[in-house]
Design a protein around this ligand. Sequence first.
Ligand SMILES: [Zn+2]
Length: 930
Amino acid sequence: MIVRHGPPSGAMRRWVALLVFSSLAASSASPAVSAQISQPDIIQEHWYHSYATLTLDVNAWEDEYPEIVKLLVVGQTEMGRNLWMLQISDWSQENRPDGAAKEVVYIDGGHHGNEHLGTELAFLVAEHYIEGWADGDQTVLDVLATTELHILIMLNADGNDFDTRWNINQVDLNRNYDHYWNTCPTTQPGSAAFSESETLANSEYMNEVVPHADLYITMHTGVWIMLYPWGKWPEQPSDWEMYHSIRDEVNSNISEIPIRNANQGLYPNCGTSRDYGYGVMGFPTFTFETDDEQFLLGSVEAISDRLGEELDVMEYLIENVWYWRARLHVSSLDVGPGDSVTLSVDNLGHASTQNASLHYETSEGEVLWHSDVRFAVNASNSTTVTFDASNLTLADGGGFFLHYQKRVIDSSMWVREEVPAEIVTTKAQSDSIGFFSGNIGLVFLFAVVLLSGIAAWLGREESGANGDSVDPGFESILHIGDDGRIFDTKASIHDLFHRPSFHEPVVDGVRAIAVLWVLLFHAWFFQNPKWTNGHMIPLYESVFENPMFLWLVQGGLGVDMFFVISGFLIGAIILKEINRSDGMNMRRFYARRFLRLVPVYVVAMMAAIFFLDGSNAENAWANLLYVNNFLSIDDQFMGWCWSLAIEEQFYLVAPLFLLLMRKSESFLQWSVALMALGWMLRIFSLEYHDLPTLWDFRDLGSEAWIGRFDHTYDNFYTRYGGLLIGVIAAWIHVNRKAEVEEYFNSRKLAPLLISSCALLVFLFATFLEQRHLADSSYYVQLSWYAIEKDLFGGSLAVLIMCALHSKDSIAGALRGILSSRILYPIAQLSYSAYLMHEMVMIWLFPISSEFFIGAMGVAPNVVFVVNSIVSILLTLISAAILYVTIERPCMRFRKHPFMSRIDGTAKVIGDSKPKRRAPAGVIEAEVVTS
Ligand SMILES: [Zn+2]
């Protein structure tokens, strides 16, 4: 086994100097062959090369094109014939025009002496680039300016002379390499690995001169096929992604030549140069087998035409050699705040890499710090990783370096690439922010304890003073625990499973479906490589392409479902109160909203500080004020809670709108005008910020993606459509109940409306996605964007109204499904589950993916499914804990006599209790918002 070492340039120069000398000696010492140098091209084109004619041709090239051709002798055959090596590149340029080292391609032919057509293909590749350069072919000039071609056309010159497969020792040279040598049923592998001078010379050249090659092709003749590793094993190689992408590209654009793993495509074989090139050298390797119609000599077709298609494939592989490795390109590197370093990299290459790490080194290469974890970046993919940097100190003259392997295979070469200093940003570390984010949980906890202490104290005074005036039956009627306690765990658990009579089952059903949809959507979405430590999961990717899974991609519509039911419930409460008293008790309304939403939110925030590792916690004030959606999504604390802010903003606007409209006959006209205003605002927002009309998850994190999120996705003025639709439905439900029942039961156009709305909702869930509009005109895309969510929300609202008011059998079925008992506890948990789910996923997925895929080697798809199930279970369990300990007690507290002080109804408690009781049919206001 030959040990490869360090930067090749020094070794290469010595080697080249040695070989140039020997090649001069060799070519000047062959007067016999130079006499035949005038052999005409037209004859050569119809005959295969012998060692003698090859010697003439390669020497002629060197003489004629010294600017691009170097000819070396890199060893001898067992009978002492020269192994001619052509090095072809534009030697006037030492490096690529951008200063980087040139790409290196290694090609050999003629392992088997009687496989002439394969040998000719190696010759034709050399000829194509030499003559193309002489003709000024721009593509060829570009390749030679950036790439070195190293081509050994005829390895087995002795066998060629005898027209036999073997070399002179009757050894099959392509079984003589030191990679699982002689471990397969094989013929004539030699007495030991590299026992033959030809293979030994070839391997020495690979190790000494071209160890950094990013392509190795070995040419043979037999079955028309291209083979990639392994020959030894039937399994796909570690870099299967790269091989499959090459296969797919070649097969769809260039040639239908079969491209397969060698073991399966041909037969098991060991000790081949292909498996050695990949398994020991780490090159991307192919055996290129031309077909075996080589024995029809004298055909009039020129060999270059005969092998035209094969040559096209070779050109493709050579022109794209830049892609046959991982190429990490750092898009950002943020040092701090706190003791962390966050790195975002794009892999521009078509091969994946694992085990990458980030180092901080002095210019002398002394490592001052290195990342605690290794990361992977899949081919053509991106990843963002955050490292612990508590022992990193930036020093003068220090710099960041990426260390990674060019490909996944263990043997592939390591590279060390400097991160350009201008990309590195250092976030100033402010002690006060550090303290605040580190202790924000304690601040919250203290505030909550203080507030509940005050509340308890005031409440005791209240019940003490007015105890006698409270009706003895009052507390039990109002569902304060059986023994009157706020914290009654048994009662809370009971409430989780038992629907009270005033709850509308249909609405519970919609709410449960909405939260399940969002949970499943995010369980998929957050297994993007960004949150799996760079591990690519085939199932994650396939969801984009597979129509059966499109409903997952569409899960964001679950939030629109929440908006519709929220608008409906809140609208119904306000409208009923207005109808009843011609006014509204705003204090009572907001006090109830506060108790319903805020305490559990605050507790979830404290959990989030742990789960999100303090990320953006300094902006938690915006969540508490319900203005977090005004921050960029990159800066939001608990980024999924933008929808809660929208709902809260709606609670400010909705009562005003409905109070203003209470006397108006034209409520519906005004509402439709507001809908249309929303469409215009959306178009305006897109145009004003110059944002793309189509939005694709796969651009996640890009500037356009963040722009779309910040300016259109999480703003009240671009998202109020669903809430308004809910309010309209509530107005019809409350004020036009008789008409709507008559309509739904009239059987005139109702069935048509219902079935088209059902179809639309179904299509939205399974098909109607923006990507389908990629080929449509800009105005179609813009219009669709303006109305799509309203179309969905409107259809959903019609279905809800139908389920509530129709006696028809479709409505009956719908009502039956939505009223299912299983959905009730899920609906009850929906608010807490929404609060908890993303933090659980963002915390769990990187850890479990790294452990199971990275360390244990479990199949990524299996990890994907397990991650999804576990994260949803953890979410529901944590939601149940919050429900029993916080949500339910707070709702009981809303019935506590203390609340009457807040809402100013204290005096009526004793003598006017029916006013406090929910009239039959009122939909309870426990709006669980997304
Ligand atoms: Zn062969």
